[in-house]
Design a protein around this ligand. Sequence first.
Ligand SMILES: C[S@@+](CC[C@H](N)C(=O)[O-])C[C@H]1O[C@@H](n2cnc3c(N)ncnc32)[C@H](O)[C@@H]1O
Length: 211
Amino acid sequence: MFHVKPESISSETLAAVFPHRASDIVAYADALADVGVARGLIGPREIPRLWDRHILNCAVVAPVFRVGATVADIGSGAGLPGLVIAIARPDLEVTLVEPLLRRTRFLAELVDRLELSVEVVRARAEQLHGSRRFDYVTARAVAPLERLVGWALPLCSAGGELVALKGSSAGDELVAADQQLRRYNAAAVKIEHYGAGVVTPPTTVVRIKSP
Ligand SMILES: C[S@@+](CC[C@H](N)C(=O)[O-])C[C@H]1O[C@@H](n2cnc3c(N)ncnc32)[C@H](O)[C@@H]1O
């Protein structure tokens, strides 16, 4: 097995971002670089930037969630950001929602191996409408906000939040999603940045509250 050292970050940062399970996040990085690449879940070109661009980019968002909350990560893929958040914040009840079998297999294997209390659900987000509700719904690189709002807000409890990890397009996507936001009576909408000093650029997060 490859061992992908978190060379780009200090051991202090690693311990600060993953205070409970630093060895689990290193095992996850190794798995992504090894079976993740072999099974086509992540491109080999991503490996040199696995820590900065993927793992830390997701982990810095972990402080958003209130203690003990339920979190569904829709379109989790190889576990980003859901599995990273679950490792950074073991107090959360995390559900990974992903339609593709190849990906849910990988996720379930990791959950077993790392003995995480994380649920893996093979489904499209829309298939859970009416049957599941969460305090938070996260998503990264799944769909533009205009579409994501319709997939995620019906999964939020009253007062729950969509926490979308976005890039520099966040502002434009919000403008384009205006009609959908009205349709779902979205309450507070905020753009925030997390991880200054840990990742460059900091991670842009769009937070949209369900009424
Ligand atoms: C580009 S990948 C991003 C994966 C991961 N979130 C990341 O940041 O690396 C998009 C993922 O969304 C999933 N997906 C697409 N449509 C979806 C839907 N309606 N509900 C849930 N997941 C969906 C795909 O199967 C795929 O794994």
